[in-house]
Design a protein around this ligand. Structure first.
Ligand code: ADP
Ligand code: ZN
Length: 633
């Protein structure tokens, strides 16, 4: 690897090595090649374009749809000693003028812009001068969340279509690098075509986040709130996010949690788009600054929240897709230390989701056909989410397969790998279910199928003449949950197939009829009463576990120092130092100031700025506790 790139990584960010995907992306960009990075949230995309931006002369443009992310990234880059900027509508016109002026003077190495900005004549003129003869130079255009360019994705942003013409309008073509966490091949192809990437180096890093553990719990609405309260109390030392599907749910749950947690001295934050901008900002700041450990929020929260020490993410409701889920849950454990992701669900969640899809506000940017297309996509994505809730197989593997990977074997650490399922022979019932689908002539979805099998007395079934079917009422006593599991199994085995549209019509699959002597085994969760669904007690190792008791004491002192420093500078604590850096300081407790440079995440700028102070605190502690041991040797 390019020595200079490694040096830049160390100097600015204090990391000793690139992650594998980063190395290839940085290498390609520095060699002047276009690049396409397909990486999950938390894999470290930003480093891939930041390192070249810091090394190459001129200004790198980063196109990002996430306005809130820009401020965050710029703060972090500044703290690392770089010269970043952003240009978006949160700046006043006067501020925008200043930014453009300083940019013309060649002050910035990197500039974050929203896609709409590219069409602004003033910005375009600036970019053309910069990339032109005698200009400051534009070595790289990086496109974040590149799937927004595709209508097949879930976040189509028409403004992304302008990126290609913007690049074409530059007198000298910069290297173009695109980044996405998207799963589908079709969207990936769209990105290459619509952004006009030229023979890009494609880097697909594994989607597995080994430090995250996955669990799914089916719980009633009341039981969910109880479960969450218990969990939060048991993990009072940790920072966590609880996602709800609607603003109303956020308000209700945060109020309930707030009351329940008050006696334990745990504060609860709240965040959704219906709150006043200032209240929202305060809430977010309190969470980021470790003043409020728990945040209850809609998915409006978290875009660009790069808080590394989020130890758990609980979904109180089902998200719209596996991609959305992976992104939201992926905000846990960015620091690479163990973290937990729980999805709590019940049938209401899916009803709410379908309602949201059907009611989706008219999006003026899309025409009729595009809207219908988008709706179909959403139904398909939601069904895959349903599969995640229903599966009895390894949850990590379900996600990895969704992202196109073929995992080696069960992970052994997710909720399903941990749970003992009962394997039941349901061959006889399977035959009835298949028969029923045949009798329904492949025209109906599972609501009618289950109704028929259970012999429900519904007008709709009478209209169909379902009462005359042989399969009618054959599974009268089988609970809905079991029917769901059996259906999932038959779909998985290929005996049945389901159409891709919103109706999810069921047909007989290619391998039907059930072969003579064939067996259908269905895994059922162990029977339990709802009250028995208890939140798991802490079993995950926390990074602080490695510390001795002296180390832990020192850690708490350094944490306070970090908090004070951050407050003074108006920064989130993690921008000063991550938990991991503090833990490293408390494990090594350096005796010489220059040894602080070897601490994880200690770049030169941070060493110059904070190194002395933190070293002094360690020295003081050593002086006051001459016997203190920092390793269990
Ligand atoms: P993404 O944008 O892909 O979601 P980020 O770029 O925000 O991810 O990086 C996720 C976390 O990983 C950040 O806290 C970042 O500082 C850290 N990180 C990135 N690259 C490295 C590396 N080479 N070594 C150690 N930590 C890294
Ligand atoms: Zn597993």
């Amino acid at each position: 690897m390019n020595e200079q790139a490694l040096q830049t990584l160390k100097t600015y960010f204090g990391y000793d090595s690139f992650r594998p995907g980063q190395e290839r992306m940085v290498g390609a960009i520095l060699a002047g090649r276009d690049a396409l990075g397909i990486m999950p949230t938390g894999a470290g995309k930003s480093i891939c374009y930041q390192i070249p931006a810091l090394m190459l002369p001129g200004i790198t443009f980063v196109v990002s749809p996430l306005v809130s992310l820009m401020g965050d990234q710029v703060r972090a880059l500044k703290a690392a000693g770089a010269r970043p900027s952003y240009l978006n509508s949160t700046l006043t016109l006067a501020q925008q003028n200043t930014v453009l002026k300083r940019a013309e003077e060649g002050w910035y190495q990197i500039m974050y812009v929203a896609p709409e900005r590219l069409a602004d004549p003033r910005f375009l003129a600036f970019a053309q001068r910069a990339a032109g003869e005698g200009g400051i130079g534009v070595p790289l255009v990086a496109v974040d969340e590149a799937h927004c360019v595709s209508q097949w994705g879930q976040d189509f942003r028409p403004a992304y279509l302008q990126i290609a013409s913007f690049i074409e309008a530059l007198p000298k073509r910069p290297v173009v690098a695109a980044f996405t966490a998207t799963a589908t091949e079709r969207v990936r192809r769209d990105i290459v075509a619509m952004l006009g990437l030229e023979a890009p180096e494609a880097v697909v890093t594994g989607f597995d986040r080994a430090n995250l553990s996955w669990s799914v719990e089916e719980l009633g609405d009341k039981a969910k709130a109880r479960w969450i309260t218990e969990y939060v109390v048991a993990h009072a030392q940790e920072s966590g996010i609880i996602y709800c599907a609607t603003r109303k749910a956020v308000d209700a749950l945060s109020a309930e949690l707030g009351l329940a947690l008050m006696p334990h001295g745990i504060g609860v934050g709240r965040y959704h788009a219906g709150m006043a901008a200032q209240a929202r900002q305060e809430s977010q700041a309190a969470f980021i600054e470790d003043r409020l450990p728990v945040m209850v929020a809609t998915n409006a929260f978290g875009m660009g929240i790069d808080k590394p020490n989020v130890r758990y993410v609980i979904h109180n409701n089902v998200p719209e897709s596996i991609e959305a889920y992976y992104q939201e849950a992926g905000r846990a454990g960015r620091d690479g230390d163990p973290a937990s992701c729980y999805l709590l669900w019940n049938g209401n969640d899916f009803r709410t989701r379908r309602f949201l899809i059907d009611r989706d506000p008219e999006d003026d940017e899309l025409d009729e056909e595009q809207r219908e297309q988008a709706r179909m996509n959403r139904y398909r994505l939601l069904r895959q989410m349903e599969g995640y809730c229903q599966t009895t197989g390894c949850l990590r593997n379900y996600i990895l397969r969704y992202f196109g990977e073929e995992p080696a074997g069960p992970c052994g650490s997710c909720g399903n790998c941990d749970r003992e399922f009962e394997e039941v022979d349901m061959t006889a019932q399977a035959k009835w279910m298949i028969n029923c689908v045949a009798e329904l002539r492949g025209r109906y979805g599972k609501a009618i199928l289950f109704g028929t099998l259970q012999g429900a007395n519904r007008a709709r079934l009478r209209e169909l003449g379902a009462e005359r079917f042989k399969s009618y009422g054959r599974m009268k006593d089988t609970p809905r949950e079991t029917l769901e599991r059996l259906l999932a199994q038959l779909l998985g085995d290929g005996y049945l197939v389901q159409s891709d549209d919103q109706y999810a019509v069921l047909h007989i699959g290619d391998i039907a009829p059930l072969k003579a002597g064939g067996q259908v085994l269905v895994k059922l969760p162990p029977q339990r009463e709802p009250e028995q669904a208890r939140a798991p007690k802490p079993k995950r190792r926390s990074p602080m576990d490695a510390l001795t008791s002296a180390g832990l004491e020192l850690f708490n002192q350094l944490r306070q120092l970090r908090f004070d420093t951050a407050q003074r500078e108006g920064l989130p604590p993690y921008v000063v130092f991550g938990d991991k850096s503090l833990v490293d300081m408390c494990l090594r407790a350096p005796r010489r100031a220059e040894d602080m440079l070897g601490i994880y995440g200690m770049g030169e700028r941070k060493f110059a700025k904070y190194g002395k102070q933190f070293f002094a605190a360690i020295e003081d502690y050593r002086r006051e506790h001459p016997e203190a041991e920092f390793t269990d040797a």
